[in-house]
Design a protein around this ligand. Structure first.
Ligand code: NAD
Length: 365
């Protein structure tokens, strides 16, 4: 494995391998692209079986962050870091602080946040060593729980998807099956119920289901039955990889639009969902409210402004759908095209070389 070949393939600017003898830290920080701004992305802690596995994961995840920020119209680049180890047994204050010191050496080119295996409390230790962290409770600029903003963005994303697929964005009477009644799922149901949507809800935590049933008049569904619900919109708000070979043939919805990350088990499922005539709202486009909320910390927005910005996901998704139609490609590919277009435009502007060719439709420029 040649690391420079990999960096070239993924398009990375910088990859930093970090080692601290005393704490046992082994981590990798990947800065994918800083064309639009500093590279932002969480720190993940995971028991990777090899450094190679960790490297591929951090390259893939940081590239995804570049596209997510670009499509959301934020002045942010894409980055990510991974700590190799089991978060249940290997996580210590010394290890987190050592990672924080490495983040600090990058002088703000990389900004971190919590991710899988790392909690908000863990980030407080990182914050002891570097200011280049978001989502910190003790920070005066801390933006708090991003879930309501994420949910609000998903709500507007569902409206845009219904306009595209059903011809109207009025959700009253529209049947929506929500998978996951956690932080985002609960707030999403609140927004959907306020507009008169007919909600089906599932979760493996019965108490969370009960709350949504009682407060928003939703119909409870057993976790494995959610894929069979006859509805207009399936909104995955729990797990990744829910669009896969098994679930695809069961889906009875016209739209898949929800908050969960990495909904497509593989890219080919994005082609398959499209072939079935189901409109898929690319996950990183519709769930960008969380990133918008974190970004608000950097630029100093208040919560209301962050929500207003998340509402823009409506227009962004319509752009994605227009590109998909005009270029006859699945929506997940159209989202990549939109992201790459913004990056290309910014690079050309930096180089003083004018504008790139518009993507497919004037509405995308
Ligand atoms: P959460 O942990 O609060 O909620 C997830 C819920 O899913 C939990 O209630 C859990 O019990 C339930 N669940 C787990 N397995 C399930 C199953 N098999 N069937 C049904 N329910 C199941 O998480 P969250 O913050 O609400 O995030 C939900 C999803 O959205 C995640 O994929 C997350 O990565 C993504 N996301 C969240 C944010 C945010 O701001 N919180 C931002 C972007 C993306």
């Amino acid at each position: 494995m040649d690391i420079f070949d990999l960096m070239q393939d993924y398009g990375h600017e910088q990859v930093v391998f970090c080692h601290d003898e005393e704490s046992g830290l082994k981590s990798i920080i990947a800065i994918h692209d800083t064309t639009l701004g500093p590279a932002l992305g969480g720190t993940r802690m995971w028991p990777y079986r090899s450094a190679q596995e960790a490297l591929i994961d951090v390259l893939r995840l940081s590239e995804g962050m570049t596209y997510k920020a670009a499509v959301a119209g934020l002045e942010l680049g894409g980055g990510k870091s991974v700590i190799i180890g089991d978060p249940k047994t290997d996580k210590t204050e010394a290890l987190l602080r050592a990672h924080g010191r490495f983040v600090d050496t990058l002088g703000g080119r990389y900004i971190t946040a919590e991710d899988v295996g790392i909690s908000v409390d863990d980030m407080e230790y990182v914050y002891q060593e570097t200011r280049h962290v978001t989502g910190i409770r003790s920070s005066p600029r801390g933006s708090g729980d991003p879930s309501p903003v994420t949910a609000y963005g998903v709500y507007w994303g569902i409206k845009a998807s219904c306009r595209q697929k059903l011809g109207s964005d009025d959700l009253s009477g529209v049947r929506i099956a929500v998978q996951g009644a956690g932080h985002v799922g609960y707030h999403l149901c609140e927004d959907l119920a306020a507009e008169g949507a007919v909600i089906s809800i599932t979760d493996i935590d019965q108490e969370r289901v009960n709350r949504v049933v009682e407060e928003f008049g939703a119909t409870p569904i057993a976790p494995d039955d959610i894929y069979d619900v006859d509805c207009e919109v399936f909104a995955p708000c729990a797990l990744g990889a829910v669009i896969n070979d098994q679930t695809l043939r069961r889906l009875r919805c016209r739209v898949v639009a929800g908050a969960a990350n990495n909904q497509l088990a593989e890219d080919r499922h994005g082609d398959a969902v499209d072939a079935r005539g189901i409109l898929y709202a690319p996950d990183y486009v519709i769930n960008a409210g969380g990133l918008i909320s974190v970004y608000s910390e950097i630029v100093g927005y208040d919560a209301e402004t962050a929500k207003e910005k998340a509402r823009g996901i409506y227009e962004t998704l319509l752009k994605v759908y227009r590109i998909a139609e005009d270029d006859a490609i699945p929506t997940y590919r159209a989202a990549e095209r939109l992201a790459r277009h913004r990056l290309r435009k910014a690079r050309l502007q930096k180089a003083g070389a004018g504008q790139p060719e518009p993507v497919a439709t004037p509405a995308t420029t």
